[in-house]
Write a protein that binds this ligand. Structure first.
Ligand code: FES
Length: 335
């Protein structure tokens, strides 16, 4: 609607005046329009209800697979990669379908020789869409509230885009329906692009797939006192402050451990989670499990490790310092 209004106003003006009007207004109004899209999605109660019904089914399906199900889940999250797998896999359909759109456009302009390439690109995109769907659904099980709604909207629109490309792929086999097939591909590409916008918003605005532990700056590079020894009984955890940084301090079987307190997945408070046997901690928000020994991910949805700290006691006080060669990808600022 906004675009239609701006185009109508532009047509009332001279050419140069119109271009400048359109550019200025798009720059001013586009962020507002895109914010409205996310707001509309967030207001959809049915997305919340559907998410609440579907999410446990997928989580339970992984659980039903036992150890193998868990390994598959962690593989799809990207634990083995130390990075979310979904955004990497989505490059396949986006790239292939962009190629198809370019080659189809050339065909429509009269270059018949690009037909085979366009058809192959549509099919490669469809294969990639399967990978993007399974990795995306797996990541979606680790969302709640606004991200869960946006994630579900993203998935539904992607299903629509994939259905259009699938219909296009089938119709391409027949020369008489080739124009319809190309039209369906173009519509699918428009839908996929819109869905990619929602996916981008999930990352850049809602910070899904971002390492929340690494964004906490000011990790202590020198031993810093955080609490007295008697404040941390055996088999307990505590959130302590070292300068501006929150650290999870744990004592398990009389051994002291310290890792970053903010969960790398979506920022959950680890001290409110569960202290597990084998010196591990489970995040209270989406159940990621980290080793207290080195901050590594034992179980997703987290894929990035927690920064780890050296711990020592001095005169009844506990002190921590960022471990050299911490497994975190975070590099503290020099000085
Ligand atoms: S915030 Fe999601 S598992 Fe910790």
């Amino acid at each position: 609607m906004l675009l239609a209004y701006l185009l109508e106003r532009k047509l009332e003006m001279s050419s140069l005046e119109g271009e400048i009007f359109l550019l200025l207004n798009l720059e001013n109004n586009f962020p507002m329009a895109t914010k409205s899209i996310m707001k509309v999605i967030d207001e959809q109660q049915w997305l919340d209800d559907a998410g609440e019904a579907i999410q446990p089914v997928i989580i339970n399906a992984f659980k039903a697979g036992g150890e193998t199900g868990n390994k598959i889940k962690n593989f799809l999250h990207g634990k083995w990669l130390g990075h979310a797998l979904h955004p990497i896999v989505t490059d396949v359909p986006i790239g292939a379908w962009t190629t198809a759109a370019v080659l189809d456009s050339m065909e429509l302009c009269g270059s018949e020789k690009y037909k085979t390439g366009a058809d192959a690109a549509v099919n490669i995109g469809l294969a990639g869409a399967v990978g993007a769907a399974v990795t995306g659904i797996t990541d979606w099980t680790g969302t709640s509230q606004a991200e869960r709604k946006a994630g579900l909207a993203h998935a539904i629109i992607n299903i629509g885009a994939t259905a259009l490309f699938l219909s296009s792929a089938l119709l391409r086999k027949n020369e008489s329906s080739r124009k319809t097939a190309i039209t369906l591909s173009m519509l699918g590409y428009g839908l996929a692009s819109f869905s990619a916008y929602i996916g981008g918003n999930l990352v850049y605005n809602q910070q899904m797939g971002v390492n929340h532990a690494a964004s906490a700056d000011g990790f202590p590079n020198e031993f810093t006192e955080v609490c007295s020894e008697d404040e941390l009984p055996d088999n307990s955890m505590k959130c302590v402050q070292a300068g501006e940084t929150k650290i999870l301090l744990a004592r398990k079987d009389n051994e002291l451990f310290a890792i970053a307190h903010t969960c790398s997945h979506m920022g959950g408070p680890l001290s409110e989670g569960e202290l597990l046997p084998d010196c591990q901690v489970r995040c209270p928000w989406h159940g990621s499990v980290f080793s207290l020994r080195d901050g590594s991910v034992v179980d997703g949805p987290a894929t990035e490790p927690q920064p780890e700290f050296d711990v020592r006691t001095r005169d009844g006080k506990i002190e921590v310092k960022l471990k050299e060669n911490s497994s975190s990808s975070y590099v503290p600022p020099a000085g």
